[in-house]
Design a protein around this ligand. Sequence first.
Ligand code: F0G
Length: 460
Amino acid sequence: MKYPPEPFRIKTIEAITRTTDWERLAIIQDAGFNVFNIPAEKIYIDLLTDSGTSAMSDNQWAGMMLGDESYAGSKNYFHFEKMIHKIFGFKYVIPTHQGRVAENLLFSTILKDKPGLVIPNNNHFDTTRANVEYNGGIATDLVVDIAKDTQVLDNFKGNIDLKKLTALIEEVGAERIPIGMLTITNNSGGGQPVSMENIRGTSELLHKHGIPFFIDACRFAENAYFIKTREPGYRDKSIMDIANEMFSYADGCTMSAKKDGLVNMGGFFATNNEELAQQITNRLILIEGFPTYGGLAGRDLEAIARGLEEVLHEDYLAYRISQVEELGDRLIDAGVPILRPAGGHAIYLDAKGFLPHIPQSQFPGIALTVALYTHAGIRAVEIGSLMFAHKDPITGEVQYPDLELVRLAIPRRVYTNSQMQYVAENIIEIYETRTAIRGYDIEYEAAVLRHFTARLKPRS
Ligand code: F0G
């Protein structure tokens, strides 16, 4: 079966309401044409993010009732630690309340008082980049070149370019690279997976130069499923075996459990390096809490432990990946330009191709997010000029990003396939009437991270 059906049935539901066209026009105007400003209750299908938006299972909810809220040594911590040992294999496990805290702990420790150190990655996610840069480091993206072409089909467009990594090590010197990283799957690069061969190659290259290797593991199970289905030699291996192998090459990882932990809040840092674990634990106590809870309740740790077990089920992953793929296929069949192939957690619309009559200076990605909302109550996120265009500090000229994307991130186990069909049909309708869509001007913008709070107005 090309698109395997849901391997679950629905036991409890959350009502969502459909607003009228007129209501949505008033709402988007009040929101300054920025979908971040819309009350979530006024959204019909919310594809803003796959982070912290998963539906938990009955098994996870049952586990929540077994939360042991002891300050120190909660039994749920030991279950959480056991699962992480089993899947990731790292010796030291440090819970955090979400992924970016794990990143903050790592970079504030390894970059402390040493400005100008370089961190290579396939593509840093924006919080990872921010944590590197805030701590005085230089975040360098070395993804393979084909990742920049939205139409090239390749199994592993998330791979790091090992030639670029070799050149970087030669250029700056291994002593200025405290760690190297891979983000699996590569969220900033379209949710594309990284192959086992590339993970192994990255590990060998870094270790040859004495550089530790870390993985951003947010979507590790989706990545493992792509390896199983796309990489020679892995078809008969279990997802657990593949995950074990992926992490066996690394010295540690950061993870936001809000993705493949199948929970609404949580994360962790894990490593084999005792000294690093000790330094990070000391900082953890300062900013998150005691080492056996790290900013989470006991019940949250239990939900993550159970989520990590469930996310490895192959029937879940087959359904998950194919639900996203099916949305992509429906759009491709109708000629809608999307980043190809479909990512693991999201479809990325190519706003430049969708709205070629709107120049980058007039935010085609924003125009598309507004159309998705006003037409159908769907919320997506612009990953284009509002997020990334910036003035060159020397010439003062505005630098635009290569790609203008709109991400439709699919929450895990949340929307039915008929809701996904609704999404596809409405995008196709918008595509058929796209020439009527206008560009936008900014009315208000903050100095940093302007996309969250900007207010815009349509051009007349
Ligand atoms: N790394 C990656 C690859 C991510 O996608 C995210 C979050 C983080 C780290 C940070 O984790 O949110 O728990 O602090 N991505 C979300 C998204 C926000 O919408 O893609 P966090």
